[in-house]
Write a protein that binds this ligand. Structure first.
Ligand code: FE2
Ligand code: FE2
Length: 297
């Protein structure tokens, strides 16, 4: 069982549950709060089939005081083995309705305020997609960048399964989402910090460690590069990269909270756990003891 024990009322996060994998389903079945007041932020990639997404979110909504969900690319796929054949915006809207039936908050709901330890903080689940602006060096347009990625043998499955309907392209859908979200964030209480939750990282830096750098094309947008500062983020929560870690940009904590595929988490042995504490801000890890100075003559 994975549980976070200790003080009451924590804001916890996870993502990339990928419950189509039986082993991941077992991990999710073991996700439990440490107290009745814990909230859970789910930063996308719960699964692909609507039935699977429903299973996971229903289970979590029954355990945590509040679940907040932001979609990942996998939820937006229209897989051939799903009886729900909706595409694009219609599929997203269908998932939002599913969440509402479960009491799960989505990017379409008013942003709630976390009043527990570490609060008050505005909790903003975002759905921003990507716009192919995290381009390989030397390329200046989407098409040029996609051609370079294709030549390198790197093509995200989204190109085949994530339909942007009724938008003509995923980048145009992304720009519409970014504009609308920017407007909403600007209306938030300026006195409160925020926790921004988006499946894709808001800044490009985390993609610099990808094994296949061309994959960054499907990972975010340059248009959100300063949002963590502009919108007073106490923390930014994301997933998608399947590289769980904590990094800092402009003094803001970014938490990549993914579980990932079994072959991945078996390698890193889930050393960051399956639930990450976002608030109250955890104490920084102690600095490693200095290595003994080499003997010198
Ligand atoms: Fe994922
Ligand atoms: Fe993803």
């Amino acid at each position: 069982m994975t549980a976070v024990s200790g003080r009451a009322g924590r804001l916890l996060a996870t993502s990339d549950l990928h419950v189509a994998y039986e082993e991941n389903r077992r991990l999710v079945a073991d996700l439990r709060p440490g107290s009745d007041e814990d909230w859970l932020l789910v930063a996308g990639d719960v699964g692909e089939r609507v039935e699977d997404i429903h299973w996971a979110l229903e289970l979590l909504a029954g355990r945590f005081a509040q679940v907040v969900w932001a979609p990942g690319n996998h939820e937006l796929w229209t897989p051939t083995n799903d009886p729900v054949e909706l595409r694009g915006v219609q599929r997203y809207d269908h998932l939002v309705e599913l969440c509402r039936g479960l009491g799960v908050l989505t990017p379409e709901d008013p942003y709630p305020v976390w009043d527990g330890p570490g609060g008050p903080v505005t909790i903003a689940p975002l759905f921003l997609l990507y716009d192919y602006t995290f381009r390989p060096d030397g390329t200046t347009s989407r098409d040029e960048a996609l051609a370079v990625a294709r030549d390198a043998g790197v093509v995200c499955t989204d190109e085949f399964l994530l339909h942007p309907d009724p938008y003509p392209s995923r980048d145009l859908w992304s720009w519409a989402r970014i504009e609308e979200t920017e407007r909403r964030l600007a209306l938030c209480d300026p006195e409160l910090p925020t926790v921004l939750i988006n499946h894709w990282p808001l800044v490009r830096e985390p993609t610099r460690v990808l094994r296949y750098p061309e994959f960054a094309l499907w990972c975010g947008s340059e248009r959100t590069a300063d949002w963590h500062v502009r919108f007073r983020a106490a923390a930014v929560v994301y997933g998608h990269l399947h590289i769980p870690r904590t990094t800092w940009y402009d003094g803001v904590r970014f938490e990549e909270v993914s579980i990932g595929y079994p072959r991945e988490w078996k390698k890193h042995n889930l050393r960051r756990g399956t639930l990450r504490q976002i608030l109250p801000a955890p104490a920084p890890a102690p600095a490693p003891a200095p290595a003994p100075a080499p003997a010198s003559g």
